[in-house]
Ligand binder design. Structure first.
Ligand code: HPA
Length: 296
Protein backbone atom coordinates (compact mmCIF):
# COMPACT_ATOMS: atom_id res chain seq x y z
CA UNK A 1 0.00 0.00 0.00
CA UNK A 2 1.33 3.48 -0.81
CA UNK A 3 2.17 6.00 1.89
CA UNK A 4 -0.75 8.17 0.75
CA UNK A 5 -3.34 5.40 0.81
CA UNK A 6 -2.16 4.07 4.14
CA UNK A 7 -2.41 7.41 5.95
CA UNK A 8 -5.67 8.29 4.18
CA UNK A 9 -7.18 4.97 5.18
CA UNK A 10 -6.16 5.42 8.81
CA UNK A 11 -7.60 8.94 8.90
CA UNK A 12 -10.85 7.83 7.25
CA UNK A 13 -11.27 4.89 9.65
CA UNK A 14 -10.84 7.22 12.57
CA UNK A 15 -13.24 9.82 11.15
CA UNK A 16 -15.94 7.15 10.73
CA UNK A 17 -15.31 5.80 14.25
CA UNK A 18 -15.64 9.22 15.88
CA UNK A 19 -18.57 10.35 13.71
CA UNK A 20 -20.51 7.32 14.91
CA UNK A 21 -19.80 8.07 18.57
CA UNK A 22 -19.75 11.84 18.94
CA UNK A 23 -23.17 13.11 20.07
CA UNK A 24 -22.53 16.32 18.08
CA UNK A 25 -19.46 17.98 16.61
CA UNK A 26 -18.30 21.07 18.53
CA UNK A 27 -16.58 23.69 16.40
CA UNK A 28 -13.70 24.19 18.86
CA UNK A 29 -10.95 21.77 19.91
CA UNK A 30 -8.64 22.60 22.81
CA UNK A 31 -5.42 20.63 23.10
CA UNK A 32 -3.88 20.73 26.57
CA UNK A 33 -0.13 20.37 27.07
CA UNK A 34 2.38 19.56 29.81
CA UNK A 35 1.06 20.25 33.30
CA UNK A 36 -2.03 21.92 31.85
CA UNK A 37 -4.55 19.09 31.65
CA UNK A 38 -6.79 20.12 34.55
CA UNK A 39 -9.09 22.31 32.46
CA UNK A 40 -10.65 19.02 31.35
CA UNK A 41 -12.06 18.61 34.87
CA UNK A 42 -14.32 21.61 34.32
CA UNK A 43 -15.92 20.04 31.24
CA UNK A 44 -19.41 18.65 31.51
CA UNK A 45 -18.52 15.60 29.47
CA UNK A 46 -20.92 13.69 27.29
CA UNK A 47 -18.20 11.35 25.99
CA UNK A 48 -14.69 10.46 27.17
CA UNK A 49 -12.51 8.25 25.00
CA UNK A 50 -9.06 7.11 25.97
CA UNK A 51 -6.61 7.65 23.08
CA UNK A 52 -5.85 3.93 23.26
CA UNK A 53 -9.48 3.14 22.35
CA UNK A 54 -9.54 5.34 19.23
CA UNK A 55 -8.47 3.52 16.06
CA UNK A 56 -5.12 4.62 14.67
CA UNK A 57 -4.50 7.30 17.33
CA UNK A 58 -0.85 7.26 18.32
CA UNK A 59 -0.17 6.17 21.92
CA UNK A 60 1.23 8.79 24.28
CA UNK A 61 4.50 7.71 25.87
CA UNK A 62 4.86 10.79 28.10
CA UNK A 63 3.63 10.37 31.68
CA UNK A 64 2.77 14.08 32.09
CA UNK A 65 0.16 13.72 29.28
CA UNK A 66 -3.10 11.98 30.15
CA UNK A 67 -4.37 10.82 26.73
CA UNK A 68 -8.14 11.41 26.58
CA UNK A 69 -10.47 12.86 23.99
CA UNK A 70 -13.34 14.53 25.83
CA UNK A 71 -16.51 15.89 24.24
CA UNK A 72 -18.77 18.16 26.24
CA UNK A 73 -19.45 21.69 27.40
CA UNK A 74 -17.00 24.03 29.08
CA UNK A 75 -19.05 26.65 30.94
CA UNK A 76 -21.75 26.32 28.30
CA UNK A 77 -19.54 26.24 25.19
CA UNK A 78 -19.42 22.97 23.22
CA UNK A 79 -15.80 21.78 22.97
CA UNK A 80 -13.61 18.81 22.26
CA UNK A 81 -10.67 18.56 24.63
CA UNK A 82 -7.53 16.67 23.67
CA UNK A 83 -5.97 15.99 27.04
CA UNK A 84 -2.38 15.29 26.04
CA UNK A 85 -0.48 15.22 22.77
CA UNK A 86 2.23 13.39 20.88
CA UNK A 87 5.73 14.67 20.17
CA UNK A 88 8.37 14.03 17.52
CA UNK A 89 10.88 13.22 20.27
CA UNK A 90 8.75 10.19 21.17
CA UNK A 91 9.67 8.81 17.75
CA UNK A 92 6.59 9.94 15.83
CA UNK A 93 6.73 11.75 12.50
CA UNK A 94 5.08 15.16 12.54
CA UNK A 95 2.30 13.67 10.34
CA UNK A 96 1.56 11.15 13.09
CA UNK A 97 1.75 13.86 15.77
CA UNK A 98 -0.88 15.87 13.87
CA UNK A 99 -3.15 12.87 13.19
CA UNK A 100 -5.86 13.88 15.74
CA UNK A 101 -6.12 17.38 14.28
CA UNK A 102 -6.41 16.06 10.72
CA UNK A 103 -9.24 13.78 11.84
CA UNK A 104 -11.06 16.53 13.75
CA UNK A 105 -10.71 18.96 10.83
CA UNK A 106 -12.46 16.42 8.61
CA UNK A 107 -15.23 16.08 11.17
CA UNK A 108 -15.89 19.82 10.80
CA UNK A 109 -14.06 21.30 13.79
CA UNK A 110 -12.80 24.70 12.66
CA UNK A 111 -11.01 26.38 15.58
CA UNK A 112 -7.94 24.99 17.32
CA UNK A 113 -6.78 26.33 20.70
CA UNK A 114 -3.54 24.81 21.99
CA UNK A 115 -1.60 25.16 25.20
CA UNK A 116 1.93 24.10 26.01
CA UNK A 117 4.85 24.84 28.31
CA UNK A 118 7.82 26.63 26.76
CA UNK A 119 11.17 28.09 27.69
CA UNK A 120 11.49 31.85 27.42
CA UNK A 121 14.27 33.33 25.27
CA UNK A 122 13.37 37.01 25.24
CA UNK A 123 14.77 38.55 28.45
CA UNK A 124 11.75 40.87 28.55
CA UNK A 125 9.51 37.89 29.31
CA UNK A 126 9.04 36.98 32.97
CA UNK A 127 8.72 33.33 34.03
CA UNK A 128 5.06 32.55 34.64
CA UNK A 129 3.94 34.66 31.66
CA UNK A 130 1.46 33.40 29.10
CA UNK A 131 2.64 33.94 25.51
CA UNK A 132 0.11 34.15 22.70
CA UNK A 133 1.75 32.94 19.46
CA UNK A 134 1.89 35.56 16.76
CA UNK A 135 4.29 33.55 14.58
CA UNK A 136 6.54 30.49 14.71
CA UNK A 137 9.77 28.92 13.51
CA UNK A 138 9.45 25.27 12.53
CA UNK A 139 12.89 23.80 13.32
CA UNK A 140 11.70 20.20 13.50
CA UNK A 141 13.34 19.24 10.22
CA UNK A 142 10.00 17.66 9.35
CA UNK A 143 6.65 18.90 8.12
CA UNK A 144 3.34 17.04 8.50
CA UNK A 145 2.44 17.93 4.91
CA UNK A 146 5.55 16.24 3.49
CA UNK A 147 4.70 13.55 0.96
CA UNK A 148 1.70 13.17 -1.35
CA UNK A 149 -0.92 15.89 -0.83
CA UNK A 150 -4.59 15.01 -0.48
CA UNK A 151 -6.18 17.88 -2.41
CA UNK A 152 -9.51 17.42 -0.61
CA UNK A 153 -7.73 18.16 2.69
CA UNK A 154 -5.98 21.34 1.60
CA UNK A 155 -3.65 22.88 -0.99
CA UNK A 156 -0.20 21.51 -1.90
CA UNK A 157 1.46 24.80 -0.93
CA UNK A 158 -0.63 26.35 1.84
CA UNK A 159 -0.11 30.04 2.54
CA UNK A 160 1.37 30.84 5.95
CA UNK A 161 1.65 34.62 5.71
CA UNK A 162 -0.92 34.95 8.53
CA UNK A 163 -0.41 31.76 10.58
CA UNK A 164 -2.40 32.86 13.65
CA UNK A 165 -5.86 34.42 13.34
CA UNK A 166 -5.45 38.12 14.25
CA UNK A 167 -9.03 38.23 15.52
CA UNK A 168 -8.33 35.39 17.95
CA UNK A 169 -5.09 37.02 19.12
CA UNK A 170 -6.96 40.25 19.80
CA UNK A 171 -9.77 38.35 21.50
CA UNK A 172 -7.22 36.61 23.76
CA UNK A 173 -5.63 39.97 24.63
CA UNK A 174 -9.01 41.48 25.47
CA UNK A 175 -9.86 38.43 27.55
CA UNK A 176 -6.55 38.73 29.44
CA UNK A 177 -7.39 42.35 30.25
CA UNK A 178 -10.88 41.40 31.36
CA UNK A 179 -9.37 38.71 33.64
CA UNK A 180 -6.81 41.25 34.94
CA UNK A 181 -3.91 39.03 33.86
CA UNK A 182 -0.93 41.34 33.40
CA UNK A 183 1.69 38.77 32.30
CA UNK A 184 0.14 37.99 28.91
CA UNK A 185 2.26 38.85 25.87
CA UNK A 186 2.52 37.92 22.20
CA UNK A 187 5.63 36.39 20.66
CA UNK A 188 7.33 34.01 18.26
CA UNK A 189 7.58 30.31 19.21
CA UNK A 190 10.46 28.15 17.96
CA UNK A 191 9.78 24.42 17.78
CA UNK A 192 12.81 22.17 18.19
CA UNK A 193 12.68 18.37 17.90
CA UNK A 194 14.20 17.67 21.34
CA UNK A 195 14.39 15.75 23.56
CA UNK A 196 17.75 17.33 24.42
CA UNK A 197 17.33 20.85 25.72
CA UNK A 198 19.17 23.81 24.21
CA UNK A 199 22.86 24.44 24.61
CA UNK A 200 24.01 28.01 25.36
CA UNK A 201 24.99 28.45 21.68
CA UNK A 202 21.61 27.17 20.49
CA UNK A 203 19.86 29.52 22.94
CA UNK A 204 21.89 32.46 21.61
CA UNK A 205 21.10 31.44 18.03
CA UNK A 206 17.37 31.04 18.69
CA UNK A 207 17.30 34.51 20.21
CA UNK A 208 19.13 35.93 17.20
CA UNK A 209 16.57 34.21 14.93
CA UNK A 210 13.82 36.25 16.58
CA UNK A 211 12.31 33.53 18.76
CA UNK A 212 10.76 34.65 22.05
CA UNK A 213 10.16 31.14 23.37
CA UNK A 214 11.21 27.57 22.59
CA UNK A 215 9.48 24.23 22.97
CA UNK A 216 9.10 20.78 21.47
CA UNK A 217 5.45 20.65 20.49
CA UNK A 218 2.35 22.04 18.78
CA UNK A 219 3.74 23.09 15.40
CA UNK A 220 2.79 19.88 13.50
CA UNK A 221 -0.80 20.25 14.73
CA UNK A 222 -0.83 23.95 13.83
CA UNK A 223 0.47 23.31 10.29
CA UNK A 224 -2.19 20.67 9.66
CA UNK A 225 -4.91 22.87 11.14
CA UNK A 226 -3.94 25.78 8.88
CA UNK A 227 -3.69 23.44 5.86
CA UNK A 228 -7.27 22.38 6.63
CA UNK A 229 -8.40 26.02 6.88
CA UNK A 230 -8.86 26.05 10.67
CA UNK A 231 -8.27 29.17 12.80
CA UNK A 232 -5.55 28.71 15.41
CA UNK A 233 -4.86 30.30 18.80
CA UNK A 234 -1.79 28.98 20.62
CA UNK A 235 -0.79 29.81 24.20
CA UNK A 236 2.51 28.95 25.91
CA UNK A 237 3.08 29.05 29.63
CA UNK A 238 6.64 30.32 30.01
CA UNK A 239 7.97 27.98 32.65
CA UNK A 240 11.62 29.13 32.63
CA UNK A 241 13.63 31.85 30.90
CA UNK A 242 16.99 30.85 29.42
CA UNK A 243 19.99 33.17 29.43
CA UNK A 244 22.79 31.88 27.17
CA UNK A 245 25.42 33.58 29.34
CA UNK A 246 24.15 32.03 32.55
CA UNK A 247 22.48 28.77 31.56
CA UNK A 248 20.80 26.91 34.39
CA UNK A 249 19.84 23.22 34.26
CA UNK A 250 16.25 22.85 33.00
CA UNK A 251 14.44 20.01 34.76
CA UNK A 252 11.15 18.47 33.60
CA UNK A 253 9.82 18.44 37.18
CA UNK A 254 10.42 22.20 37.38
CA UNK A 255 8.77 22.79 34.00
CA UNK A 256 5.69 20.86 35.13
CA UNK A 257 5.58 22.63 38.51
CA UNK A 258 5.90 26.05 36.85
CA UNK A 259 3.19 25.21 34.29
CA UNK A 260 0.88 23.97 37.03
CA UNK A 261 1.41 27.18 39.02
CA UNK A 262 0.11 29.22 36.04
CA UNK A 263 -2.65 26.73 35.24
CA UNK A 264 -5.42 28.57 37.14
CA UNK A 265 -4.71 31.81 35.22
CA UNK A 266 -4.57 29.94 31.91
CA UNK A 267 -7.86 28.21 32.66
CA UNK A 268 -9.44 31.53 33.58
CA UNK A 269 -8.16 33.02 30.31
CA UNK A 270 -9.41 30.14 28.15
CA UNK A 271 -12.83 30.14 29.78
CA UNK A 272 -13.12 33.89 29.11
CA UNK A 273 -11.99 33.43 25.49
CA UNK A 274 -14.60 30.70 25.00
CA UNK A 275 -17.28 32.82 26.62
CA UNK A 276 -16.53 35.62 24.18
CA UNK A 277 -16.42 33.31 21.16
CA UNK A 278 -19.66 31.66 22.26
CA UNK A 279 -21.40 34.98 22.81
CA UNK A 280 -20.26 36.03 19.34
CA UNK A 281 -18.87 39.03 21.14
CA UNK A 282 -15.82 39.35 18.94
CA UNK A 283 -15.71 43.10 18.59
CA UNK A 284 -12.03 42.97 17.67
CA UNK A 285 -12.03 41.69 14.11
CA UNK A 286 -11.43 45.20 12.83
CA UNK A 287 -8.60 45.90 15.28
CA UNK A 288 -5.40 47.14 13.78
CA UNK A 289 -3.03 44.14 13.52
CA UNK A 290 -0.29 46.19 15.17
CA UNK A 291 -2.22 46.04 18.41
CA UNK A 292 -1.82 42.27 18.35
CA UNK A 293 1.69 42.16 17.11
CA UNK A 294 3.90 43.55 19.82
CA UNK A 295 5.61 41.94 22.76
CA UNK A 296 3.97 43.14 26.02
N1 HPA B 1 13.34 24.38 26.16
C1 HPA B 1 12.56 23.56 25.42
N2 HPA B 1 11.36 23.16 25.78
C2 HPA B 1 10.87 23.63 26.95
C3 HPA B 1 11.62 24.49 27.77
C4 HPA B 1 12.92 24.88 27.35
O1 HPA B 1 13.62 25.65 28.02
N3 HPA B 1 10.86 24.79 28.84
C5 HPA B 1 9.69 24.14 28.67
N4 HPA B 1 9.69 23.44 27.53
Amino acid sequence: MTEKNDYLKKVEECVIFLRDRLPSIPSIVIQLGTGLGDLAEQVQASLILSYGDIPNFPASTVSSHQGNLIVGHLHGTPVIILQGRFHCYEGYSSKEVAFPIRVLSLLGVHTLILTNAAGGLNPAIAPGSIMIFRDHLNLLGDNPLRGPNVEAWGPRFPDFSVPYAPALIALAQESAQACKLDKVITGVYACIPGPSLETPAETRWLRACGADAVGMSSIPEIIVARHAGMDVLALSVISNVNDPDQMQPILLEEIIAAAMAVQPQLEHLIVEILRRIHAGNNSTTSLDDNAANSIC
